[in-house]
Design a protein around this ligand. Structure first.
Ligand SMILES: Nc1ncnc2c1ncn2[C@@H]1O[C@H](COP(=O)(O)OP(=O)(O)OP(=O)(O)O)[C@@H](O)[C@H]1O
Length: 452
């Protein structure tokens, strides 16, 4: 239920508003300090604030101070100031300080009801927008909040508008194909084909005809002329996954295609012009392959006019929780399962696991957990993860560092357990909210601060 805080020392007005505001959870405060306590405790989306508060009810100073404190603690709160009959000056001052609206006494129930409900709607809308902008990166289908993934998506979004050849680098299962598709979908070629081919999964002798196509009679079994992947992508985007596994012989033919934008089918004699944008990906270290002469240097520079490093899951802060929730919802529907969320130990285990198989590993673990979970919460056990002692134990620098790592981890856990609510997280950790904020600053847990 929507919560509103009424700050007024007049008990008559408190009562009047309590009756007037049906369907809303109303809490009260009669002075500035208790208003701040209630704000911290209930986090109302809307506050009505009488500017004439004790100890100086004849003046607006205490009310204006309360307004400043409320907005600095919870800037998205919609504060409606209530002023004396002819006190327009202070009302305008309050608006200049960031109040959402003002209302002059005497209170007319219908009007104030309308103003309050409009403020509640706006606050809810802003909250929804904020949630959406957090879960969606610039590139739409890429789920993630961390600065690492946001940086990669911003780069991809800019590149999408051009025809530059892109090289996506990253470990297996980090989402290179997802990025390639997103770049295609955000490009002018979006309504043309996106054709993907994995160079590592096709036997060397078949890869050439798979890519370039073949003429009828080119080899035994070539009963009819067949287009290759490059031609099928005409006008669109060709995604060459695992380019590092392309045999050296074929690399030369690929280079010619990239330089001249023409191909010859296997067994063919004529050149065919193709207009495709090429995106390559690999988990290999192409630079050292170039040094070891297993990858052509000229091809390396041609495919990697711009490269984007897709970060491993372990470097994406709390994205693992966001992704896990997304996949949980997806699999729950797919398998008509009953699980609703994650237990504390499951969250903890997911946050400390290193995810060598990245997002694909997370998906696999979640699929079986959704099927195996007995209760309504997925447990660490269901994920095949175990809450281990801190994995950094083997490399201890000093006691300060140990404390810092342990505290950061505990803060992250509490924050997720409290569903991103800082006040609740502080309660779980047994510290005050300001102390938690200063710890977040101290340990540079910036992503938590941005979401708070
Ligand atoms: N940021 C993301 N948000 C949502 N789903 C994602 C994200 N990144 C990857 N996935 C999902 O994770 C799985 C693995 O991604 P993908 O196949 O793109 O990885 P990859 O890096 O190309 O792997 P490989 O190198 O093994 O081919 C896919 O099912 C994909 O849909």
């Amino acid at each position: 239920m929507d919560k509103i805080l009424v700050v007024d020392d007049d008990l008559g007005i408190q009562k009047q508003l309590k009756w007037a505001l049906s369907g809303v959870d109303v809490v009260f405060a009669a002075d500035r300090p208790s208003a701040i306590t209630q704000l911290r405790r209930f986090e109302p989306s809307v506050v009505t604030l009488d500017l004439g508060l004790p100890p100086d009810p004849a003046n607006a100073s205490e009310g204006l101070l309360a307004l400043k404190e409320i907005l600095s603690l919870a800037p998205s709160t919609k504060v409606i100031v209530v002023t004396g009959n002819d006190d327009k000056e202070h009302a305008l001052k309050a608006i200049a300080l960031g109040a959402y609206d003002y209302y002059q006494k005497p209170i007319d129930t219908d009007t104030i009801n309308l103003i309050i409900h409009r403020a509640i709607n706006l606050a809810n809308l802003e909250h929804e927008n904020l949630m959406l902008s957090r879960t969606n990166t610039a590139m739409g289908r890429i789920v993630g909040n961390s600065s690492a993934i946001q940086g990669a998506s911003r780069k991809a979004e800019k590149i999408a508008q051009t025809d530059i050849s892109v090289l996506l680098l990253g470990e297996s299962g980090t989402g290179k194909e997802v990025f390639a598709r997103s770049i295609h979908e955000h490009s002018a070629r979006a309504d043309k084909p996106f054709v993907a081919i994995n160079c590592a999964s096709i036997p060397e002798n078949l890869l050439e005809s798979e890519l370039f196509g073949y003429e009828k009679g080119a080899f035994t079994g070539a009963n009819k002329t067949t287009l290759g992947k490059i031609e099928t992508a005409q006008g669109g985007t060709l995604f060459l996954d695992e380019i590092g596994d392309m045999p050296l012989g074929l690399q030369a033919k690929m280079l010619r295609f990239l330089q001249e934008r023409v191909i010859e089918r296997v067994g063919g004699r004529s050149e065919i012009a193709v207009d495709v944008r090429v995106i390559c990906a690999t988990h290999r270290d192409l630079q050292s392959m170039v040094s070891g002469e297993t990858f052509r240097e000229d091809l390396y520079y041609r495919i990697g006019e711009i490269s984007i490093l897709i970060p491993p899951l372990r470097d994406r802060d709390d994205d693992v929780v966001l992704l896990a929730k997304t996949f949980l919802n997806q699999y729950r529907e797919e398998y008509s399962a009953k699980v609703k969320g994650f237990s504390e130990d499951a969250l903890s285990a997911m946050l400390s696991h290193k995810w060598p198989g990245n997002i694909r590993e997370l998906q696999n673990k979640l699929k079986s957990a959704v099927v195996l979970a007995e209760g309504s919460l997925v447990q660490a056990d269901d994920l095949g993860l175990f809450v281990t002692e801190d994995e950094t134990e083997e490399r201890v620098f000093n006691l300060r560092e140990v404390r810092e790592i342990a505290e950061s981890k505990a803060i992250r856990n509490a924050y997720h357990q409290a569903e991103q609510n800082i006040s609740k997280a502080a309660e779980l950790l047994g510290v005050t909210r300001p102390t938690l904020y200063s710890l977040i600053d101290k340990y540079r847990l910036d992503d938590l601060k941005n979401q708070a």
